[in-house]
Every structure is written in structure tokens, then in C-alpha cells.
Write a protein that binds this ligand. Structure first.
Ligand code: GFB
Length: 401
């Protein structure tokens, strides 16, 4: 019976190993942990930085939740390097893929989910060549509703396109490509992973298609809290706040902040945003109504210098002091467009009052940061309104601790 027992436990460990699952209490776990499997993903190329942060959270929560119920211990989420983002226009962001550590505190990310940088995976490969076992190219069903009902489902299909960018790396390839129509929550992706239990590396393209398992829950906020920024970026933002906005505390009472989203957003969503003169009036009105003692206005924006100068002049005429963060050449080279945008977000997060742009994910991430900092939600969920027509209040996604 001893022999039978040993055979059985070896077999089950082997099966577990194959499936990438292990029971936390079993001895086989250590063995499995050393046999890591890698889950890669990428996102629709035109999507911006802050939507991508949300997609990261969906995957990070998928892995962290699987671990909580004692599954998926061998899987590591590979942080997809930042490469050629549409909104990043400066030369310093142009060609080389950027690791997550430039923008985020990796130890903090790791405290929530089992993540690794792509270069850490490369360091485990031979010949600096990475061959992913299977790539699932996700795409939407033509019609999300069947007889008016939204059902979670997936279906393997014959054809789909994958422009193999692999985050700008030429030395990454895949062995097999599978096209899948998918709709539903992200944890449903485990069903696809389970189709090929021997796979040790799996990739999902169009990672933006699967939905959050549970948006706004404690897990969501635990993950969100772990997305701390790179310490250097935080230090630079705080120095700016202290030097120009006269505040040395977490919650400042000395300035109001505005996220004024322009560029492609201003072109494609004209019905949701005010004109430049309208923006000036709304900032003035908000200060008068809610923070009448404040005279410092911090503007975060992707607007052209001409537009910003015009906004500044309009506010100065009304007696305000206007601030915006302009990186030195060396800071831009170090932080890149992504880091500069994060510095803008951090400065907005600490203000006494914040006004954002309707449906901009850049604004959403600032609102979350302010929830984490403990601001009263009424100082956070405010938006610039269009000149005419409806102006719905932003949804309040308040923190769950
Ligand atoms: O972050 P994001 O997804 O926000 O994309 P939206 C906007 C990008 O523009 C940011 C830059 O990641 C920055 O690179 N940007 C915007 C800014 N506002 C600022 C700012 O105040 N300061 C600085 N420094 N940079 C969506 C996109 O953008 O807008 C979609 O995700 C699409 O792809 C849509 O383009 C129209 O949610 O605002």
C-alpha cells in the first residue's frame, strides 16, 4: 500500500504541475512554484496608458483571486512593456520598450499579484529567444446580445488577425495561434488555459476585451492600492507641490487642480467638453463656490502650449496664479511622457479640490488616487461641463477598504 500511495501522490503532483494548480497546504507546491508558468497579454494598440492600467488590474486580480482559492500558483503575470503609445509624442518615448519599473513600484505590485517584468522572463530563457506556447487572439462577438440577453461565452474561430508586435521585441514568437471570440469576465480565460494543460506560457492579445470580475470591490481596491508609482516620480511631484503649491502634507488646502484633456479627445468628444473660455468660467465658479480662499490653480493637460497659455492668461485676469509641470530636458529623458503624465496625476491627486474631464481614464485614475488618500468624495468627482446640453455628475466610485 506504501508503494501505491507514493505512486498516487507523485501522479497528483504531476497532474497539478501540468495544470499549473497546486494546493497551498501540499508539499508539491514548492516544487510547482519553481516550475513557473507565464501569462502574457497585450492591449489594442491605440489604447492609452490609463486604460491599460485598468486592463492590468483585470489580469492581476484574475491571478491573485485564483491564488486565494488555492489555484494557479505556478502562473506569473508578465508585465507587458510599454511600447509606442499613440499619445506619447516626445522622442524619448519613441522606440525602445519601457519596463514597468520606470513608472511603478514593482515590489508594491508584487505584494498584490505574482507579476514579473518581461526582462526577468528573458533572463530564464536560452539564446535570448522567447517562444510562447500559445497565443489566444481575442475578438468580440458581432452581437453581444443573444435575444436581448448578454451571456458570457467564448468560441474558437478559424480566422483572425494578429499583427505580431510583441511589445516591440523581435526575439519573441509563438508556437500556436488560436482565434477566439470572447465575451465575459476575465476569470473565464482560465477555461481557455485549461484546454492545453501542458502549456507553460500563454498569451492573450486584446486583453481589453475580458471584463473585470468585480469592479469596485475590495479586491479591486486592494489591487489599485498596490499600483504605487515609481518612487522617483512621487518625489519629483511632491517637490513640485512643496515648492510651488506651498503644501507639505498629503491633503493640501492650498490649490485646486484641473485635468483638462484636449488633443484627440477634444476632437472626438466635442459635445462633452467646454470651450476654452467656458473652461475658465467653470474653474472660477468652482473656486468661488467650494474653495473661495484658494488662489493657486494647477493645470494638467495634453493641450498645446498655445492653448495652455491662453487658459493661463484668462485665469490670471481673474486674479489666479496658474501652475503646470514642465519637465526639464533631462527629466523628460528620464521620466518619458508616461512619467511626466504620472507626475501631473500625482499633483492633481493632492489638491484641495479636483475637476476632471468627462469619461477620461486619465481623470478616473486621479479620482481613485484621491479616494485612496482619503479626500471627501465631493471634492473629487467633479467634471468640466459642455457649453450646452446635459452635464451628468460623474459616477462616484468610492473606495472599499
Ligand atoms: O491615459 P489615457 O488612456 O486617457 O490616454 P484617456 C491619454 C494620454 O494622453 C495619456 C496624455 O496617457 C497621456 O499620455 N495626456 C492626457 C496627458 N492628459 C494629460 C495630462 O493632463 N498631462 C499629461 N502629461 N499627459 C483615451 C484613450 O484617453 O481617449 C483612447 O485611452 C482614446 O485611446 C480616447 O484616445 C479618445 O481616457 O483620456
Amino acid at each position: 500500500s506504501v508503494i501505491i500511495f507514493i505512486t498516487f501522490s507523485l501522479l497528483s503532483a504531476e497532474q497539478n504541475l501540468e495544470q499549473g494548480f497546486c494546493d497551498i497546504s501540499s508539499n508539491s507546491c514548492e516544487n510547482i512554484k519553481s516550475n513557473q508558468k507565464f501569462l502574457f497579454y497585450d492591449v489594442n494598440p491605440p489604447e492609452g496608458f490609463n486604460l491599460r492600467r485598468d486592463v492590468y488590474m483585470r489580469f492581476a486580480i484574475m491571478l491573485a483571486e485564483a491564488q486565494k482559492i488555492g489555484k494557479g500558483f505556478s502562473w506569473r503575470l508578465v508585465l507587458p512593456p510599454w511600447h509606442r503609445l499613440y499619445h506619447w509624442k516626445s522622442e524619448t518615448s519613441a522606440s525602445t520598450p519601457i519596463p514597468w519599473s520606470v513608472f511603478f513600484d514593482i515590489d508594491s505590485l508584487k505584494s498584490y499579484a505574482p507579476v514579473v517584468e518581461l526582462h526577468e522572463v528573458f533572463s530564464k530563457t536560452t539564446d535570448e529567444l522567447l517562444e510562447i506556447d500559445r497565443l489566444y487572439v481575442l475578438h468580440n462577438f458581432e452581437d453581444a446580445f443573444e435575444n436581448g440577453v448578454f451571456k458570457e461565452k467564448w468560441e474558437i474561430t478559424q480566422d483572425c488577425n494578429y499583427v505580431d508586435r510583441f511589445w516591440g521585441y523581435r526575439n519573441v514568437t509563438v508556437k500556436e495561434i488560436v482565434c477566439v471570440k470572447f465575451q465575459g469576465k476575465i476569470s473565464k480565460l482560465w477555461e481557455l488555459v485549461a484546454l492545453h494543460p501542458l502549456d507553460r506560457s500563454v498569451m492573450f492579445s486584446h486583453g481589453e476585451i475580458p471584463l473585470h470580475d468585480s469592479y469596485g470591490t475590495k479586491s479591486y481596491w486592494d489591487c489599485r492600492k498596490s499600483m504605487k508609482f515609481n518612487k522617483d516620480l512621487t518625489r519629483t511631484a511632491k517637490n513640485f507641490i512643496s515648492q510651488f503649491l506651498s503644501c507639505k502634507t498629503e491633503k493640501c488646502s492650498t490649490y485646486i487642480s484641473i485635468h483638462w484633456r484636449r488633443q484627440d479627445f477634444a476632437r472626438s468628444r466635442q459635445r462633452d467638453i467646454p470651450s476654452l473660455q467656458g473652461t475658465i468660467k467653470q474653474i472660477h465658479k468652482a473656486i468661488e463656490n467650494y474653495v473661495p480662499n484658494i488662489e493657486k490653480v494647477f493645470i494638467a493637460s495634453d493641450a498645446s502650449t498655445t492653448e495652455i497659455k491662453e487658459l493661463e492668461r484668462g485665469l490670471q485676469v481673474l486674479g489666479y496664479k496658474v501652475y503646470y509641470y514642465v519637465p526639464s530636458k533631462s527629466d523628460l529623458a528620464r521620466y518619458k511622457d508616461g512619467g511626466v503624465a504620472i507626475i501631473d496625476q500625482i499633483i492633481c491627486s493632492h489638491a484641495a479640490y479636483f475637476i476632471g474631464t468627462h469619461e477620461s481614464t486619465f481623470t478616473y485614475r486621479i479620482q481613485e488616487e484621491r479616494e485612496i488618500l482619503g479626500f471627501n468624495s465631493s471634492t473629487t468627482f467633479n467634471r468640466l461641463c459642455p457649453h450646452t446640453g446635459k452635464c451628468e455628475k460623474p459616477s462616484m466610485w468610492t473606495i472599499v477598504n
